[in-house]
Design a protein around this ligand. Structure first.
Ligand SMILES: NC(=O)C1=CN([C@@H]2O[C@H](COP(=O)(O)OP(=O)(O)OC[C@H]3O[C@@H](n4cnc5c(N)ncnc54)[C@H](OP(=O)(O)O)[C@@H]3O)[C@@H](O)[C@H]2O)C=CC1
Ligand SMILES: O=C1O[C@H](CO)[C@@H](O)[C@@H]1O
Length: 320
């Protein structure tokens, strides 16, 4: 295929399953949550086959409504799409319950991939404005994260592993998210099941080269979140992205997606705008040389755009 669309490209996971290279992100801003349903419908109708969601996004039910209608309309079959959901750190010790809740929200019998959302253990604190009545980011009075000090972040993955080895029918593969290299090293020492995926922030200002080499060596597929630099897509205003967009007669968004996909990294841009959702399908044959230019640029101009305060509780996270 000389000029595929991003939606036609698939990568193989260490389970043997094929994962679409492009998916729709659904970490919508709170006021945009009701728009999730039409966004998912627009994405699937324009060829997307991967939906990235999470209990913490408060929109799994909207994703579920969209899927139900798409199934009823005959637009898509369950087996033709890849759904990812995630276990938030409030559920670090009850991963199975979290998966059941997500399936109920999504209205499906299984997901294709369950990720441990963060290598952290939060205390469950009641909050009427939280998710299912639980504070999503529980904090102490000084603003620091309310971490369960007895919790071990690896315990969540170990629960997923146990269910996976017992052939739990509720999911097809397990993985992690926001795992730095040294955390993955520990996981590989203590667990038998190599994560299928590690979903982290990756873009030309955060190329994650060392993590990438490590994951390639161990058969862990990397997945890029915030490919545009999150809300307002600041990376599209970057002078280098604009210069490359001019060179390839495309948009900076196209360059940012090609940057990941051309290097074997799955990516899940978020949009609730049908025009942007369709635009993000465009595949650009970014050369190896230009990918290297972007990797080098990132090493010299490193910037993380998603800055969760609780990430301070992961030693070294911010320096990556
Ligand atoms: N595992 C984790 O911890 C995390 C996972 N994620 C996942 O990654 C996904 C993507 O990352 P996210 O941080 O949300 O942000 P992105 O980097 O995908 O950027 C989203 C922004 O880009 C805009 N946009 C999208 N397409 C276009 C386009 N073609 N032209 C112009 N603007 C565009 C959107 O606006 P508009 O809606 O108007 O198009 C939105 O404001 C999340 O939704 C989530 O699924 C994200 C963060 C952390
Ligand atoms: O996946 C995620 O999205 C958010 C925002 O909801 C974020 O930081 C979290 O890890």
């Amino acid at each position: 295929m000389l000029h595929p669309k991003n939606t036609e490209i698939y990568f193989t996971l260490n389970t043997g399953a094929k994962m679409p290279a492009l998916g729709l992100g659904t970490a919508n801003e709170i006021e945009q949550i009701p728009e999730t349903k039409q966004a998912v419908k627009a994405a699937i109708k324009s060829g997307y086959r991967l939906i990235d969601t999470a209990w913490a996004y408060r929109c799994e039910d909207r994703v579920g409504e969209a899927l139900k209608e798409l199934f009823e309309e005959g637009a898509i079959k369950r087996e033709d799409i890849f759904i990812t959901t995630k276990v938030w750190p409030t559920h670090w010790d009850i991963a199975s319950d979290s998966i059941s809740r997500s399936l109920e929200n999504l209205g499906v019998e299984y997901v294709d991939l369950v990720l441990q959302h963060w290598p952290l253990c939060f205390n469950r604190v009641e909050d009427k404005d939280g998710v299912d009545g639980i504070a999503r980011n529980p904090t102490h009075l000084d603003g620091s994260a309310n971490i369960n000090e007895e919790g071990d972040y690896l315990s969540t993955y170990k629960q997923l592993e146990k269910m996976y080895l017992a052939k739990d029918p509720r999911f097809k593969a397990i993985g992690v998210s926001n795992y730095p290299l040294d955390y993955l090293q520990r996981l590989l020492k203590e667990c038998r099941v190599v994560p299928a995926v590690n979903q982290v922030e990756i873009h030309p200002q955060l190329p994650q080269m060392e993590l990438r080499d490590f994951c390639t060596e161990h058969g862990i597929r990397l997945e890029s979140y915030s490919p545009f630099g999150a809300t307002g897509s600041p990376l599209t205003k970057n002078a280098l992205m604009q210069k490359l967009a001019e060179k390839y007669s495309c948009t900076p968004n196209d360059i940012l997606l090609a940057y990941n996909i051309r290097q074997g990294v799955v990516t899940v841009p978020r949009s609730v705008n049908p025009k942007n959702i369709v635009a993000n399908i465009e595949f650009i044959s970014l050369t190896k040389e230009d990918s290297s230019v972007l990797n080098k640029y990132g090493l010299e101009n490193s910037q993380r755009f998603r800055n969760e305060k609780f990430a301070e509780s992961i030693p070294g996270f911010r320096e990556n």
